[in-house]
Design a protein around this ligand. Structure first.
Ligand code: SF4
Length: 298
């Protein structure tokens, strides 16, 4: 059930979607990072952005937790935190070779996908990962499949990409996993298309329950409001997907990172009932700032 925000003095009605904001995987990683920042005697680095939210990354920077793009940038003997999206296991090997203390904040749901992808490659399936090839989570998942010599693994972000991605690869035995934050419809479309040519398929629906619940609640709320405000990093695919889900439900959605971006937005004027949701990596303080602003409108 969607909740009405506490007594709004404005004539606009603000409704907040269930399951919006930090999921348990992100909360765990953020807590771990701030804990490490205060307890570690070694300088702390994160390989890639811990989560896809620039405001949280800035706060970590204030605590001297540095975000780097490669192990080469981390001095030997430092501490390194692996982000929620996970990494290619080769990076962990390189870190250990440099005597870097590795703390793993990979979300357990992402780790499950990595294990499935490894298992499919080991069982000699051609592995299809549903997601954007350049997304860190997909790079990590594919990296696990590639641990198996001779493995064949591709990423596709829509059924239309299958043909080109699988060109020259064996297509009779296909194993499929998906990015944890993928849209269900996209995943099902890829599975349906593979079923037309593969003689054997093994499919794991690895969309995480938190994502499914968040998207379902946002879609439900979108039907009851004039406008959806979706809060979260512009580089966050789960937040971007949330906005898509709302638009697919027929409601205009504005994707903002901070309260400043929604201030005086032209779409607010006509909207009497406004829905709010937030991506998995959006901290509560950012959500509250937006809600307070919306409540102040009259
Ligand atoms: S969205 Fe799902 S997979 Fe991603 S960190 Fe949260 S719980 Fe884990």
């Amino acid at each position: 059930m969607n909740q009405v925000a506490p007594a709004s003095p404005s004539k606009k009605k603000i409704l907040i979607a269930e399951h919006s904001g930090f999921c348990y995987g992100v909360k765990m990683a953020v807590d771990k990072a701030f804990d490490l920042a205060t307890t570690s005697e070694k300088p702390v680095y994160v390989l890639g952005e811990l989560i896809h939210n620039p405001q949280v990354i800035d706060k970590l920077k204030e605590q001297n937790v540095k975000t780097v793009k490669s192990i080469d940038e981390i001095p030997a003997g430092s501490a390194c935190l692996i982000r929620t999206h996970g990494v290619d296991p080769e990076h962990i090997d390189s870190a250990e070779e440099k005597n870097i203390d590795v703390s793993d904040a990979t979300c357990p749901d992402v780790r499950r996908v990595q294990e499935r992808a490894l298992e499919l490659a080991r069982d000699n399936y051609t592995v299809v990962v549903v997601g954007k090839e350049e997304h860190p989570e997909i790079i990590g998942i594919m990296g696990h499949s590639k641990r198996i010599p001779g493995s064949k693994v591709v990423a596709v972000n829509s059924p239309d990409e299958l043909e080109a991605a699988l060109e020259g690869l064996p297509k009779s035995r296909i194993g499929i996993v998906t990015q944890t934050t993928q849209l269900e419809d996209t995943f099902f479309q890829v599975v349906a298309k593979v079923a037309r040519f593969a003689r054997e398929m093994k499919v794991y629906n690895t969309i995480c329950p938190a994502t499914f619940k968040r998207q379902t609640a946002a879609e439900k709320l979108a039907h009851d409001v004039d406008l959806m405000v979706v809060i979260g990093g512009k580089n966050s695919s789960n937040t971007t997907h949330l906005a898509e889900v709302c638009r697919d439900a027929g409601t205009e959605a504005v994707h903002v990172e901070t309260v400043e971006e929604i201030m005086n937005h032209p779409l607010l004027a006509q909207a009497e009932v406004i829905g709010v949701t937030a991506g998995a990596s959006t901290p509560d303080w950012l959500v509250q700032e937006v809600i307070q602003y919306l409540e102040s409108l009259n």
